[in-house]
Design a protein around this ligand. Sequence first.
Ligand code: GCW
Length: 720
Amino acid sequence: MASFKRQTGKKYSAKAFALFVFFCGITCVKADDGYRLWLRYEQLTKQSLTAYRERIKSIAVQGQSATFDAIRRELSSGCAGLLGTPIVVGDRAGASVVVGLPQTSPLIRKLRWTTDLKRLGPEGYRIRTVKERNRTVVVIASSTDVGALYGAFHFLRLLQTETRINDLFIDQKPDLKLRILDHWDNLDGSIERGYAGKSLWNWAELPKHIDPRLIDYARANASIGVNGAALNNVNANAQILTPEYLAKVAAIANVFRPYGIRVYLSARFSAPIEIGKLSTADPLDQTVIKWWIAKTDEIYKLIPDFGGFLVKANSEGQPGPRTYNRTHADGANMLAAAVAPHKGIVIWRAFVYDNKPGYDRAGAAYENLQPFDGKFAPNVLQVKNGPIDFQPREPFHPLFGAMPKTQMMPEFQITQEYLGFSNHLVFLASMWREFLSSDTFTAGRDSRVAQVVDGTLFRQRLTGIAGVANTGSDRNWTGHDMLQANWYAFGRLAWSVYSSPEQIAEEWIRMTLTHDSNAVGKIMKMMLGSHEAVVDYMTPLGLHHLFWGGHHYGPAPWWDTEKRDDWNPVYYHKADAFGIGFDRTKSGSNTVSQYHFPLREEFSDIDRCPEEFLLWFHHVSWDHKMKSGRTLWDELALHYQRGVDWVRETRADWATLAGKIDEERYTAIGKKLAIQERDAVWWRDACLLYFQTFSKKPLPEGVEKPAHTLAEYKAKALEW
Ligand code: GCW
């Protein structure tokens, strides 16, 4: 009889070993390094297995293309894994799941869905349970290969989340056309504001060697509907546009194509000088215009479905049309003309803020761009969600709702430059939901940002959204296992701008972490409370930009040494003996006027301004009476404490999940939560000690005594 030996030398029978393995399968959860993201395809729980095995006996994927091959691979590995038994995936009629297009599948043709599928657009799909000659068949249909791929991923998601598939009746199409990840990846492999390792693009080895990881990146994106990737940093290096690099970019595009992902490139405005040897990059200069046309043609020869250019111009030292006394519209339109014959687009960033004495950075993008409403060729203006810069909480950017004749797409930051890098658990869907649900009042009540963005309000043709990626070469992609949820949430919200953070969180947890309902509930609570908590312990009540200069990790509200005022926290909080906050009303910078009536009036009125934005719009006395009846000072201190308390409770909740999640990720997430607690305490203490030098008031009851002195917090940055 076969036997295996333990170190003790004692012998055990194979039967005992089998039993041991069996019980392990029940009681402990297999180690997981997080690489598979939400596409783990681990065997499901017993209840759903029986039903699914009954329903899914064989799968027919009817279509021939690289995309259909991808569908076959995904359904075969997905279903085999989830159902714990190999499933035949072929193209034969009679299968219990059929995937295809009217032109590739006799069954789908017979169902006469062609018109409906057209209506769902090139990326839409239909999933239905239909009766076919006394059999029940799940049909996944689309008018395009990529639509079918999205449908296949949707079907897998239903299984992964253990949803009933007996009577499916699903029609889906994306709310937005462009769903793009912006990578701030440099050509040397580093990532600006990246906290999960190096770039996923291995430029040195490309185009010869294709890292198989690129396929997994594409799969993950396709599974959530992301259909574009801007590969390089917006602080761009013109080298990316040289033939040498374009060949590498083309190799990446070839990997992404079957998954419906187009590549975009950040274009450096001065490229005609740097790599074209011209003496100018003036957008109205004929040689410059010709250079961009030739360059664009060259790109499209290599990459026929190239998405287009993303441009950061005249911002933070980047070159742009203003360098030549031309307008943003001049610059954007020149590039748009070059890509137009190829159906490419130009995404022009609105992150522009010149530093003039006495100005308010929050109003700068509006001042620079709003006057050009209607003057942009069919470009897309990419606007950050808030008027400053990806702060833990900002009011929505006033440009949404102020440029009805311009196509606009929001830019989110999935990577957490100002939210604790890849150390802090912050589920960003809550923040994005808040932004999308904000009412701009631009065409009366209920003119929500989401309606501006999805084109229902101003009928823009090109709709979209971008997110600065949080991915990198770390084995688990995002540094912190839980932050994979933000990549996931970005895609899901981009597909469906009205979906709820609750639904997204639950889906993601069930697909990624556990099916145990009790554990799912606890983790949802953590995720859904996390954004408010980070705002509490970093920048409550409308405070913003209190970050240590340069890296933006820990607090430094005292920071006052940057050459530009608006890079210094003191510029933003303006704490003094009277109070704290930035007056953006008429008595101050008046940038509140960039919002519409009656929101403008509400924000302007210290008594009606939502407290979460109080110090964003007002300079408020320390003694100001808050809604709670407490003074501003006490309330501020209690918010900081509340943020710390939340992290502690979350750690305690996490401790109860031992055994529910595999050991590897359970431990890794636990370690990150410990860092988050250390940091939350540090934020609270550093900020309160510093603000106390102005308020001169004691900490209210319930707020812990700081662990160190202000001098100690000032002496050394919080390390990550
Ligand atoms: O948030 C700021 C970052 C810069 C970034 C810039 C931008 C890519 O600190 O690192 O540059 O925004 O969005 O252009």
